[in-house]
Each structure stands twice: as C-alpha cells, then as structure tokens.
Design a protein around this ligand. Structure first.
Ligand SMILES: Cc1cc2nc3c(=O)[nH]c(=O)nc-3n(C[C@H](O)[C@H](O)[C@H](O)COP(=O)(O)O)c2cc1C
Length: 192
C-alpha cells in the first residue's frame, strides 16, 4: 500500500494533458491492458459499470483514429506535427444497454488510467473531440456501444507546468521557452 501523500501528489501533478510526444516510442499492449484493468475496479454509480474499452496499437488503425482528433483548441498558432503523434490510444465506450452513470464513471476511469500511465512512465491526453460516427464504422460497433472519449498515450516531448491563474483566465498557453503552461485556480479561490 502506498502511504506517501507527497509521492501521490507528484503523480497527480505530473499527470498532465500532453500533446507533443516522442516519435517512434512504442507502448506495449499489455501496459494498456493493465490500465483498463485499473479502470475496471474504479467507483461506478450504482456499481452498474457501463464502460467498455478498445485498445489501439495497430499502425493502420492508429492512422484512422487520429484523423478527427482536435488538439489544444486554445493554441491557435500550433498544430501537432507528424513527429509528435501519440503511440497508442484507448477508446472509451458507453454500453447503452446498461443503465449507469457513464458521464461520471468515465471521468473517474480516465483519470485513473492517466495516473497509471504516469506511473508506467508515459503520458496521456484525454480527448472529447472525436468523431463518434466514424469510430462506430471503423470498429464495426454494435449500435448500443457509444464512443465517448479517446485517451492518447505517448512519451512526453514537451515541458508542461502548472501556473497560478491570472485575471480568471483558464486558457493554457506556451511561454517564451515553449513550455506549455496550465493555469489552475488557487486553493483559496476554490475552498468555500
Ligand atoms: C473531458 C475532457 C475532454 C478533453 N478534450 C480534449 C480535446 O479534445 N483535445 C485536447 O487537446 N485536449 C482535451 N482535453 C485536455 C484538456 O484540455 C486539459 O485537461 C486541460 O487543458 C488542463 O490541462 P491538464 O489536464 O494538464 O490539467 C480534455 C480533457 C478532459 C478532462
């Protein structure tokens, strides 16, 4: 049992949405299976567990999955280059035959997966900007399986830091050193 809060805090702080990945870095399918197995035991409303997962490591499928993704909508001047693409993905699906709380369960599951990825030594980015219809066709999904989010994984190739929010502006940005800065609200502003 891990009982060091500061270590856990570091893992949480290092689990940042990452969008520039190292080229040609391989992630083993077994590592992603481990992460889905973590998600499997997370909390679930009424314990209904409506979520299903597809692990994507195949090069051809990765190309198709990548096409509709929208990266960093706030960074108008930047687009991901072909050398910065992720190494693998997990697609998160809602099984609509199960009357659960998929919107909430998916957040809990995805954060757990991302924390696990950090511990395993790679980085992640949750993306909501997917093309659900395209993915349904791509994976020949039964009509009751609804794509919700995709999580991209890879080896981080950028500096990312948390910064205190200024003027209530939550937009992330890159500073003059090309470091990706993520403004967070202050503790005193969120403790009511
Ligand atoms: C539900 C959700 C959807 C997201 N969708 C996208 C997305 O489509 N594209 C993207 O580049 N980042 C996406 N992100 C990443 C957020 O932009 C990121 O979490 C935010 O900028 C804060 O950065 P941080 O995760 O490092 O704290 C998403 C994050 C969440 C939680």
């Amino acid at each position: 049992m891990i009982n060091n809060f500061n270590q856990f805090k570091q893992i949480v702080q290092n689990t940042r949405a990452t969008r520039r990945f190292k080229k040609d870095f391989k992630i083993k399918k077994d590592d992603l299976i481990d992460l889905v197995d973590l998600a499997r035991v997370t909390s679930s409303g009424k314990n209904m567990q409506p979520l299903k997962y597809i692990i994507i490591t195949d090069e051809n499928i990765k190309k198709e999955v990548y096409k509709p993704l929208v990266w960093a909508a706030h960074l108008k001047e930047w687009s991901q280059s072909k050398d910065e693409k992720p190494s693998a993905y997990i697609l998160v699906l809602n099984d609509t035959t199960i009357d659960g709380f998929s919107a909430i369960d998916s957040g809990i599951a995805m954060q757990t997966i991302c924390l696990g990825a950090t511990i395993k030594g790679f980085s992640s980015c949750i993306l909501a900007s997917i093309d659900k219809e395209q993915y349904k066709k791509l994976f020949s999904l039964k009509s009751f399986l609804e794509p919700m989010f995709i999580i991209a994984f890879g080896k981080k190739d950028e500096d990312i830091k948390l910064v205190d929010i200024k003027d209530n502006d939550t937009n992330y940005y890159r500073d003059t050193q090309d470091c990706h800065c993520v403004p967070k609200r202050l503790l005193e502003d969120i403790l009511i």
